[in-house]
Design a protein around this ligand. Structure first.
Ligand code: SF4
Length: 351
């Protein structure tokens, strides 16, 4: 019976060195192969041209490289590129390259589908099929880095974990992927250029603080009133704002890193004065800034973009209280690549 081959990129450098020693080779061969896998982005063992043919065969007999494949790239009129990324088991996730004049940002996925149930979000309808492995997260970033160099003649400058999935429900793999992305043997990016965006899981936010992470934290807040937030994000009924607040105070005390609140204003849901007042109050607990995000309706249902005057009223109230607030226009709307729209429309996620 043939045993299933292991994904070689699940091995640490130390484990690879040990593998070569156990197979009668030199430990440094492990370093060489590790470099091919991570710095040189090898897709097959045959790419490893300075490794002997017999060694490549030995690797082929024992391992696979479960590299992602960008099946389809869609380019928006505003330069945004959406990748449909096929994983080794045939499932598909999406990641997005968002260019502006000064930066190129990768928006990457952390799960196939999502464990949570935000009512405004297309991904939520897919349900969670599985977590992504660290190398599948890394590969999305590496693919977008290559696209950024190709289309914009510059490397990727920022990464946001705002694609499909709740990153803190795939905690260990997201942390391992970020370690690789920031390591000199990976992409060598600064953690300060990486933002992990969570729907607000208090226990996991505290864990991030305890683990002394160096990247930035964003929270999809959308309302500072429990009942309203539960209507938008039903799971949040189990995570009251008082707990979220406490976890963010803990985060700030430990990291001294300002939190970003992501906030969409919807007509008839969170567009009243009382909603604005509640947000202003919540923003005073922890140093923060607020991104007011333009909404992209995923159908004709309950969630529709609020009137521009309401957004203005939010901005004015926040600024009056010395809270930094920005309106973020969504990019890539014509290819369903904007916030909350990632749902594998062109391809069923489970094939
Ligand atoms: S908004 Fe994020 S956390 Fe909520 S369902 Fe969509 S992907 Fe999941």
């Amino acid at each position: 019976m043939q045993t299933e081959k292991k994904d070689i990129r699940a091995l640490t450098k130390e484990q690879l060195r040990d593998f070569f020693v156990a197979n009668g080779d030199k430990a440094f061969r492990g370093n060489q192969v590790y470099e091919w896998l991570w710095s040189k982005n090898a897709h097959s063992f045959d790419d490893m041209t300075n490794v002997a043919k017999s060694t490549r065969q030995m690797l082929e007999d024992n391992f696979v490289i479960n590299h992602i494949h960008v099946d389809q790239m869609q380019q928006s009129s505003d330069g945004t590129v959406k990748n449909a990324v096929r994983l080794h088991d045939g499932l598909v996730v999406e990641s997005v390259l968002i260019p502006t004049e000064t930066r190129t940002t990768a928006c990457v996925s952390s799960q196939v589908g999502c464990s949570l149930d935000c009512n405004f979000c297309a991904t939520a309808r897919l349900k969670r099929m599985r977590n992504l492995n660290p190398d599948e997260i890394f590969d999305q970033v590496a693919a977008i880095d290559a696209e950024s160099r190709f289309y914009h003649n510059r490397p990727l400058s920022n990464i946001v974990f705002m694609g499909m999935g709740e990153p803190l429900m795939n905690y260990n793999n997201v942390i391992k992927a970020i370690d690789k992305i920031t390591s000199p043997e990976g992409l060598g990016m600064s953690p300060k250029r990486i933002t992990v965006s969570t729907s607000g899981l208090p226990k996991m936010i505290k864990k991030l603080a305890d683990d002394d992470v160096r990247f930035k934290l964003a929270v999809s807040l959308h309302s500072a009133i429990d009942e309203v937030r539960s209507r938008i994000m039903p799971f949040s009924e189990n995570f009251p704002l008082a707990d979220l607040r406490e976890s963010l105070e803990y985060w700030y005390k430990k990291t001294k890193s300002r939190v970003t609140y992501e906030y969409v204003v919807w007509k008839g849901i969170n567009d009243r004065k009382v909603d604005i007042d509640a947000l202003v109050k919540f923003c005073k607990y922890v140093p923060c800034k607020v991104n007011l995000i333009e909404y992209n309706p995923i159908d004709d249902g309950e969630f529709q973009q609020a009137d521009p005057e309401v957004i203005d009223a939010y901005i004015k109230a926040l600024e009056r209280n010395d809270i930094v607030a920005k309106v973020r226009r969504s990019r890539g709307k014509d290819i369903d690549a904007a916030c909350g729209q990632l749902a594998n429309k062109n391809e069923a996620a489970g094939v």
